[in-house]
Design a protein around this ligand. Structure first.
Ligand SMILES: [Zn+2]
Length: 176
């Protein structure tokens, strides 16, 4: 299958992580930028693949994130296919895009006006569980340090504060 294209995007090296997708021209807020395509798989099959992708991720942190998107109650889309250009869009804690399902198609949508040359990003919305396995390098001022759904940010902040406090009290004890 041919690689998906869009008049809005080009692919090049990113400061965040490996390859990224950049705005080829100004993109207006609300625009459907590019479709996120892949293999349509059943829930059972996608669970299997997600486990496999996560295993690969911990073995080689430069390779393999989870590319599975929920399409509806019965099917998911596995975007880890060579023709899916949208899979190169990086995560950001302060993204300029979001993902939306419109009539059975997964679209990358502009959250705001995007200037030519900006890198495109969306929040990968990972679960809270094992969030520490997915450090974030988005570099934005809002960065929470991990790739995790913004709904979980308060929990992440509490968890990080507890860890910090635990470290401090340990240090004090060893001084004595
Ligand atoms: Zn970040």
């Amino acid at each position: 299958m041919r690689k998906t294209t869009s008049p809005y995007v080009l692919q090049k090296k990113s400061k965040i992580h490996n390859n990224g997708i950049f705005a080829k021209k100004d993109i207006p807020k609300g625009a459907r930028i590019i479709e996120y395509v892949g293999e349509k798989v059943t829930k059972a099959e996608s669970d299997k693949r997600a486990d496999r992708d996560l295993d690969n991720h911990s073995e080689n942190s430069d390779n393999g994130a989870v590319y599975i998107f929920e399409l509806n109650k019965r099917y998911d889309i596995d975007g880890n296919v060579p023709y899916n250009t949208a899979k190169y869009i990086n995560h950001s804690c302060d993204p300029n895009c979001e993902v939306d399902i419109i009539k059975g198609h997964i679209w990358i949508i502009a959250l705001r006006d995007i200037k030519k040359g900006e890198e495109l990003s969306y929040n990968y919305n990972y679960d809270f569980e094992d969030y520490q396995d997915h450090p974030c390098r988005c570099g934005t001022s809002r960065c929470i340090g991990y790739i995790v759904d913004e709904d979980h940010w308060p929990k992440v902040r509490r968890s990080l504060a507890q860890k910090k406090a635990a470290k401090k009290s340990k240090k004090k004890k060893t001084k004595k």
